[in-house]
Design a protein around this ligand. Structure first.
Ligand code: HEC
Length: 177
């Protein structure tokens, strides 16, 4: 019995933390979990998608449901709760993650995928959008429009406002050409 214990602890000892060497897997398949990447195909799921749609009638914590999705006129008058809590770094990070591919780094509508799109993403630094209220820009992010889908499930409430503030910053920087 003693020798079995000794052997086990010796084995475990050998398997333990040598940071510069790969681990010894005593029990196979315990270290690689069958986790899915985003956008993966899941043969077990009814719809084949690894990414789950939130259950009906549920609301993610700290991400209230956008209530004006079908009322753009109410969205227009929505005050910007982050007007005095500007976080350009956050806004830039989110803009460059979610918007830049189409609308371009400076918002001119010249993102990397724009050339492949039949309907070009419009400029966000145009006089038209400069004249929009913050609520109107927020509305497009949360509800989408036409070819641009809603980002409600990817971008949480406060980050949408940080993006709006960042778009305003791009508009200020824009030299108009
Ligand atoms: C897949 C490409 C794509 C992405 C990503 C995208 N958009 Fe758009 N966006 C479009 C297209 C295309 C339109 C025009 C939609 C239409 O009217 O059919 C548009 C329209 C808009 C408009 C209205 C512009 C106008 O002149 O009427 C705003 C504002 C806007 N997008 C902001 C954003 C923001 C902010 C993000 C990031 C959260 C974003 N978009 C992400 C393609 C995109």
């Amino acid at each position: 019995m003693k020798s079995v214990l000794l052997l086990t602890s010796l084995l475990l000892g050998l398997a333990a933390c040598k940071k510069d060497q790969p681990n010894v897997e005593l029990v196979q398949n315990m270290m690689d979990s069958p986790a899915f990447e985003e956008q993966d195909f899941d043969p077990e799921a009814n719809d084949g998608r690894s990414m789950r749609v939130p259950p009906e009638h549920t609301v993610a914590r700290n991400n209230p449901r956008y209530k004006y999705a079908k009322q753009p006129e109410l969205a227009k008058a929505m005050p910007n709760p982050f007007k005095d809590k500007i976080d350009l770094e956050k806004g830039k990070d989110k803009f460059e993650t979610y918007c830049m591919v189409c609308h371009g780094q400076t918002g001119k509508g010249d993102g990397t995928v724009a050339e492949y799109m039949a309907l070009k993403p419009p400029s966000l630094v145009s006089d038209k959008i400069k004249g929009w209220t913050d609520g109107e820009i927020y509305h497009i992010i949360a509800a989408g429009r036409g070819l641009m889908g809603s980002y409600a499930s990817q971008i949480r409430h406060e980050d949408r406002w940080h993006i709006v503030n960042y778009v305003r910053e791009l508009q200020k920087k824009d030299s108009g050409n």
